[in-house]
Design a protein around this ligand. Structure first.
Ligand SMILES: [Zn+2]
Ligand SMILES: [Zn+2]
Length: 355
């Protein structure tokens, strides 16, 4: 089969590799679509892990070979999670699933050290993913939509951690694909959502997706947010962009006693300065949220499948597997016209184009 193999920093090559062999309780999935995620981009471009590996963890496809007597049959459509917590350890019993030692194990592979494996024609789900991390996809949902279940899960987890409630004023700093998902989830929770970005087309998209006020991040966002909230500032601010300027705006725009949720930083070395005096004197809280959570797994899937969160509009680029390196390159830089980049691994079937 063909696969985009990571060989080291910045080195992604499409190669011929063996189709993964499956054991009796494992499942082989023909990949149809796989989202290109920021965390994989960082690993590939910065060479954070030793190669060879096959990345790609926002996986939607069709079962090619299923364990006998299990809940899946050949041809079933599924999305696969690549991480699952054990459910019983110190961290799991406190709901901190992403900190579970077992969670760090990767449960899907297209060969080599398990690393997601969605950038390949076939991916194997290990037994514990087959048991708890494979979700059936209903008819009428496109593979590239289904591939959003994982990123929507990570955003829903962040919204829950933040404690977003009806009537609150929420600012989302950064209107990339993640910011645009966070907006929609906060709106679903009944909040008044404001969004900021430097790119005009991202602000347009935020407007189309129903954000109450869209702000130019090149301007004085905190002042504008105070203007929209009776002089107070936002109850909750999500940081879905990197950089000192974005962080400063996020903290300044939060009201006294408000919360800032750091979402965008995922690898060590992404540093920024903090004005602890300003933070402490105004009793603002900084929270973080990372990766997905099993306790919102079904809900995230339903939000995507029921189109309560609009994800198809967020796809700006579809690349074939052969152009995986180009897909990563395009997705790695916020630029006009670039939102979510998806690898369209298998050609679409006629029955799925009825939308
Ligand atoms: Zn992801
Ligand atoms: Zn655990």
């Amino acid at each position: 089969m063909r696969a985009a193999v990571y060989r080291g920093a910045g080195d992604l090559r499409v190669e011929q590799v063996p189709v993964p062999e499956t054991g009796p309780s494992e499942m082989l999935v023909r990949v149809e679509a796989c989202g290109v995620c920021g965390t994989d981009i960082k690993k590939i471009q910065k060479g954070l892990l030793p190669g060879p590996r096959i990345f790609g963890h926002e996986i939607a496809g069709r079962v090619a070979q299923a364990p006998r007597g299990g809940r899946f049959r050949e041809g079933d459509r599924v999305v696969l999670h690549h991480h699952l917590p054990c459910g019983t350890c110190f961290y799991c019993t406190r709901g901190l699933f992403a900190q579970c030692p077992g969670y760090k194990r990767n449960g899907t592979t297209a060969g080599f050290e398990p690393s997601g494996g969605g950038f390949a024609e076939y991916v194997k789900a290990l037994d514990w993913i087959v048991a708890r991390g494979a979700i059936p996809v209903p008819d009428g949902v496109l593979p590239e939509e289904a591939a959003f279940v994982e990123p929507v899960n990570t955003c829903l987890k962040a919204v829950r951690r933040a404690g977003v409630e009806k009537g609150q004023a929420v600012l989302v700093v950064g209107q990339g694909p993640i910011g645009l998902i966070l907006n929609q989830l906060c709106r679903c929770a009944g909040a008044d959502v404001f969004g900021s970005d430097t790119l005009p087309d991202r602000r347009d998209m935020a407007r189309q997706l129903g954000v109450a006020a869209v702000l130019d991040a090149a301007g004085d966002v905190p002042r504008e947010v105070r203007g929209l909230t009776g002089g107070r500032g936002a109850d909750i601010v999500f940081l879905a962009a990197l950089g000192q300027g974005a962080l400063d705006q996020a903290i300044d725009a939060a009201r006294p006693g408000g919360r800032i949720i750091v979402f965008a930083a995922t690898s060590p070395g992404e540093t920024a300065r903090l004005d602890l005096g300003a933070l402490c004197a105004a009793e603002k809280e900084i929270l973080t949220s990372y990766s997905s959570s099993v306790d919102v797994q079904d809900e995230a899937a339903q939000l995507v499948f029921g189109r309560e969160v609009r994800v198809r509009e967020l796809i700006s680029h579809r690349f074939p597997l052969e152009q995986a390196a180009q897909a990563v390159e395009v997705a790695s830089r916020p630029a006009p016209g670039v939102l979510k980049v998806v690898l369209q691994v298998a050609p679409r079937r006629d029955s799925e184009v009825s939308l």
